[in-house]
Design a protein around this ligand. Structure first.
Ligand SMILES: O=C(O)CCC(=O)C(=O)O
Ligand SMILES: [Fe+2]
Length: 323
């Protein structure tokens, strides 16, 4: 846990460790690494062996089948929420294609999605994606618990946040670039989520994280590595203590790259916990936050720079007003 090498300065937390149980020393020190890493880098790498090789391969082939469907079929997955539908054929992002499965932690929602893509049904797809999403969901829940515990926030608040979270599994495909194309797979951005758990599924690199000094570092792909990132909503909920993770995808691989992101959004109005507001950390955002209203704000204003966007939505002007 907390291991750092030259190429991998983002802390790694080993969730496969059998001793990682609440109340143990292993858990307590992991809580500390998770919190400080989210504060310093907006993310950490979770080593997690519950998603085995077989499941990983099934997810890759399910996603391959999904993207092989006719464009007209894929386009039928629409949503009035931004990033909740099919995205592809974007002129300025030619390598990128993505699809969103809403509510993938329940079988019924996986079936609803599959029904749109395969009207005759696709049990294999539903079983695979549901099993996989539930495992990623466990990481999301553990990360939230660790952060709240580390800040000394009442666990009831955390449980209610987890209970009222909505999930989205984004499946992403990046084709290799042609000689005359640039290497941008996905432009720099931060997610509008509480947490995003990103998996470089078929073991091809590309995901890069922006450090506070402005440098970009690549995250090494491995089947058992999951990048747990804080989105804008977590920055607000933590009263600015956690950093939102700026990231991008650079595509230099010669093969098609597949990745997934389990995104969590708050489904009810959330308060910034009182434990996170004190003299050293005065309230820096409006005290309540509505994640879906924030998505609508993004859709309307299209502010891409995360800090400016968060400030414009819910910042409090701390400067004293002139008399
Ligand atoms: O493909 C990846 O590794 C990252 C995807 C991502 O950042 C996103 O969908 O928001
Ligand atoms: Fe992202």
């Amino acid at each position: 846990m907390g291991s750092e090498t030259k190429s991998q300065i983002i802390p790694v937390v080993d969730f496969s460790n059998q001793n990682m149980k609440p109340g143990t020393n292993t858990w307590l020190s992991a809580c500390n690494v998770v919190r400080t890493s989210l504060e310093n880098y907006g993310c950490f790498v979770a080593k997690y062996d519950k998603v085995g090789k077989e499941l990983c391969n099934s997810v890759v082939s399910s996603i391959e089948d999904l993207f092989c469907l006719p464009l007209e079929t894929k386009k039928q997955k629409t949503s009035d929420r931004p990033f909740h539908g099919y995205i592809g054929q974007v002129s300025w992002l030619p390598l990128y294609e993505s699809m969103a499965i809403e509510g993938p932690l329940t079988m019924i929602e996986c079936q609803k999605f599959a029904q749109i893509m395969w009207p005759q049904g696709n049990h294999g797809f539903c079983d695979t994606m549901n099993e996989y999403s539930k495992l990623l969901g466990e990481l999301d829940h553990i990360a939230k618990r660790m952060v709240f515990e580390s800040y000394g926030v009442d666990m009831k608040i955390c449980d209610s946040l987890i209970e009222s979270s909505n999930y989205l599994l984004r499946c992403l495909k990046y084709r290799p670039r042609e000689i005359d194309e640039n290497d941008i797979g996905l432009q720099p951005h931060s997610d509008l989520t509480i947490i995003s758990v990103v998996h470089q599924l078929n073991n091809l690199n590309g995901l890069e994280i922006k450090l506070k000094n402005g440098d970009w570092i690549g995250i090494h792909a491995s089947p058992s590595s999951f990048v747990v990132m804080a989105g804008d909503a977590f920055k607000v909920l933590s009263n600015g203590r956690i950093s939102t993770c700026e990231h991008r995808v650079i595509m230099n691989e010669k093969k098609t790259r597949y990745s997934t992101g389990l995104f969590s959004f708050g489904n009810k109005i959330m308060d910034i916990p009182k434990e996170l507001i004190n003299e050293e950390h005065p309230l820096c955002y409006k005290p309540t936050f509505d994640n879906y209203d924030y998505l609508r704000f993004y859709e309307k204003e299209r502010i891409n720079e995360p800090t400016t966007r968060i400030e414009a939505y819910c910042g409090i002007n701390l400067k004293p007003t002139p008399i």
